[in-house]
Design a protein around this ligand. Structure first.
Ligand SMILES: Cc1cc2nc3c(=O)[nH]c(=O)nc-3n(C[C@H](O)[C@H](O)[C@H](O)COP(=O)(O)O)c2cc1C
Ligand code: SF4
Length: 368
């Protein structure tokens, strides 16, 4: 039954409905979680989300911080994060810290030094912004791997129930996987095993640092869906097998990036594309491949309880994640648990996407 307790990716959860990572823009100017963020997570816990994955947290000072992004890059971050985690636990919730090396300027404040790091300095178009980047040296790559592992240690010390490393959506690990963004000629570029090296080194060191039993999750694209130079689904399946061998506890399948073909990115307008659950078929294949080894879940376009139940009943998928529906209705799982069969009210317009105090526009309208 959907609302029976379950064990997903090393975590006991009230149900297999996961709040996928959602950048909230609710840190203070020092990158510490603001009161509103703790309240947001308390509300999600009260609303019945089985597991809450935080918005992406910055692990390294090597690149400029995004606007209002929570940081987990020094030990000073541990105490404020621990206070936030305790509040979620006191509401019966489970919470995973999403760790990211950005390699992207998507949320950089205006006027900031916009030079970011990347595998090989390929220029990226982000809407009207042409984003230049600096190719990482091997020493910098090694220092980023160390930063990711130190951030995972801090997350464990702060009491998070696990970590999720962001390997999707065109952020740095995903750029390394992509033949379009990765033109390196050393052991970090070229064949897939080399393009996967950064991600696998991060996971290897994270696992070594946090120990064999701590939940380590990864979010990964099933494919990049770009005009040229995409990581393909076959590539992704291979990387997922390698991740499984590195003892990741769960893989959340997503897809696309900021340079994907129109309507092929990670955050799709479902009413226009008429394609709900847009990564489900890829994730289901991955789940059957990794059955008995690593739990696999999926995010992207889930909007009603019947589809979620059917997907879990008819595939080997261990969990279903949602992002935008939780912004509009943080209590959606509870509504379904208590008998509602209505679909989510979210219309997938994506107007909630922003740099600060992220919220559904329908709530903002109600307030103003
Ligand atoms: C406002 C907003 C912020 C997001 N922030 C993150 C993030 O920090 N990390 C991440 O992996 N994905 C992020 N995403 C992507 C979602 O986790 C999810 O993959 C995507 O929205 C598709 O799921 P949905 O159809 O349930 O919204 C964000 C999406 C939105 C709309
Ligand atoms: S702004 Fe649009 S996409 Fe975002 S939560 Fe509200 S209805 Fe959903």
């Amino acid at each position: 039954m959907l609302f029976d307790t379950c064990h997903i990716g090393g975590i006991n959860a009230a149900c297999p409905i996961v709040r996928s990572a959602t950048f909230e823009g609710m840190a203070d100017e020092n990158g510490r979680p603001a009161e509103r963020l703790a309240k947001t997570y308390e509300t999600l816990a009260d609303g019945g989300a089985g597991i809450i994955i935080t918005g992406m947290m910055a692990v390294s000072p090597l690149e400029p911080y995004q606007h209002r992004q929570v940081r987990i890059d020094t030990d000073n971050c541990i105490a404020p994060l621990a206070r936030m985690v305790q509040r979620v636990h006191s509401h019966g919730g489970k919470i995973i810290a999403q760790l990211v090396v950005m390699g992207s300027s998507i949320m950089l404040p205006e006027g900031k030094n916009r030079i970011i790091v990347s595998p090989s300095g390929v220029t990226e178009e982000l809407g009207k912004i042409i984003q230049e980047s600096q190719a990482l040296t091997k020493e910098q790559i090694s220092s980023l791997v160390d930063s990711a592992a130190s951030a995972a240690r801090r997350a464990r010390e702060a009491g998070f129930d696990g970590v999720q490393f962001h390997g999707a959506h065109g952020y740095l690990a995903s750029k390394f996987l992509s033949p379009y963004f990765n033109h390196r000629t050393d052991e970090y570029g070229g064949i897939l095993a080399n393009r996967a090296r950064f991600l696998l080194e991060c996971i290897h060191l994270i696992r070594k640092t946090v120990g064999p039993d701590y939940p380590v999750w990864v979010k990964i694209n099933c494919a990049d869906f770009m005009k040229e130079g995409s990581m393909t689904f076959a590539d992704s399946l291979q990387v997922m097998q390698w991740l499984s061998e590195e003892k990741v506890s769960a893989i959340e399948v997503s897809g696309g990036n900021m340079s994907s073909l129109p309507r092929q990115g990670p955050i799709r307008a479902i009413r226009r594309t008429k394609e709900p659950m847009y990564f489900a078929k890829y994730a289901a294949q991955a789940a059957s491949l990794l059955k008995g080894k690593t739990d696999v879940g999926v995010v992207g376009g889930f909007r009603n309880i019947q589809d979620i139940e059917q997907c879990l009943d008819t595939t080997d998928l261990a969990f279903i994640s949602m992002c935008r529906p939780f912004l509009r209705q943080p209590d959606l799982p509870l509504l379904w648990k208590t008998g509602s069969t209505d679909p989510a009210l979210c219309i997938s317009c994506s107007r909630c996407f922003g740099a600060q105090d992220v919220d559904c526009i329908f709530h903002k309208k109600e307030i103003s």
